[in-house]
Design a binder for this molecule. Structure first.
Ligand SMILES: NC(=O)c1ccc[n+]([C@@H]2O[C@H](COP(=O)([O-])OP(=O)(O)OC[C@H]3O[C@@H](n4cnc5c(N)ncnc54)[C@H](OP(=O)(O)O)[C@@H]3O)[C@@H](O)[C@H]2O)c1
Length: 249
């Protein structure tokens, strides 16, 4: 029997892309899943498509009031969380010279500050022996042009994950980090990535394709399971080899 059966899993930003597909994967393993997102209609639609026992809660993870409301709701509804998947994030690209304070704040507030305080506020609900998985990006290590803020927000997240893996080891809470390469989700369109860029990225990926949300979901469910019970403070690139792509073919 799956070690995830009846586990309570919370996924931030679960109405689209990787979060949605990972919710599906957890449900297939018998977990109870609650997803969040900023748009109530989109959350409701996703919950309906995921089916029982998926649940949703409208929350902007960059808003402290919403994070506190989420805590109150989860406390009353389940009283605990077995696995938290910190997935909510946005990707916006702009040349360094043009980045405004508002653009900087939006990316840092959602990708890092929101993740930071979501974990801090929900931590009292996370069971001893539970797990936290942070969805970062290969950008945390790469020098992708026009991604100064995006990359910094993800690099900060990886740092947080490493530190938390030490601080939370006392409670046997495992904290791991996943760095996707380029994954085919609505985010690519939202970030304004042209079709030619997708083809180029697929061509320079050693495994010759873009990633699919399922490629991330299978690792995230593994990291939350008992099969990963000795894994903490670890980082995984899921990128078809993009990080090590050879300069000389
Ligand atoms: N796709 C890639 O190539 C790729 C690569 C590396 C890393 N990632 C990371 O993977 C994660 C998921 O991205 P995705 O590709 O699945 O993109 P996506 O399809 O755009 O999904 C992003 C999800 O996050 C939610 N979200 C965004 N801001 C939020 C906020 N402030 N509060 C609550 N929910 C929020 C969105 O819902 P609402 O907009 O309705 O709130 C949506 O459900 C992100 O952290 C992203 O940085 C993606």
């Amino acid at each position: 029997m799956s070690s995830l059966k009846d586990k309570i899993v919370v996924i931030t930003g679960g109405n689209s892309g990787i979060g949605y597909t990972t919710a599906k994967a957890f449900l297939a393993k018998g977990a109870k899943v609650l997803i969040t997102g900023r748009q109530p209609g989109a959350v409701q639609k996703a919950v309906h498509a995921l089916g029982h026992p998926a649940e949703g809660f409208k929350a902007d993870q960059s808003d402290m009031n919403d994070i506190r409301r989420l805590y109150e709701y989860l406390q009353g509804r389940f009283g605990k969380i077995d696995s938290l998947f910190v997935n909510a994030g946005v990707a916006k690209l702009a040349p360094f010279e043009t980045v405004t304070e508002a653009q900087y704040d939006e990316l840092m507030n959602i990708n890092f500050k929101g993740a930071y305080f979501t974990i801090q506020q929900l931590l009292p609900l996370i069971s001893d022996g539970g797990s936290i998985t942070l969805l970062s990006a290969l950008n945390a290590y790469s020098g992708t042009p026009n991604a100064t803020v995006l990359s910094a927000s993800k690099a900060a997240l990886n740092s947080l994950g490493r530190t938390l893996s030490r601080e939370l080891a006392e409670r046997k809470i495992r904290v791991n980090i996943v760095n996707p390469g380029i994954i085919s989700t609505p985010l690519l369109e939202k970030a304004g990535l042209p079709d030619e860029a997708r083809t180029h990225l697929s061509n320079i990926t050693p495994l010759g394709r873009l990633g699919q949300p399922e490629d991330i979901a299978s690792l995230v469910t593994f990291l939350a399971s008992d099969d990963a019970s000795f894994i903490t403070g670890a980082e995984y690139n899921v990128d078809g080899g993009l990080m090590v792509h050879p300069l000389i073919a």
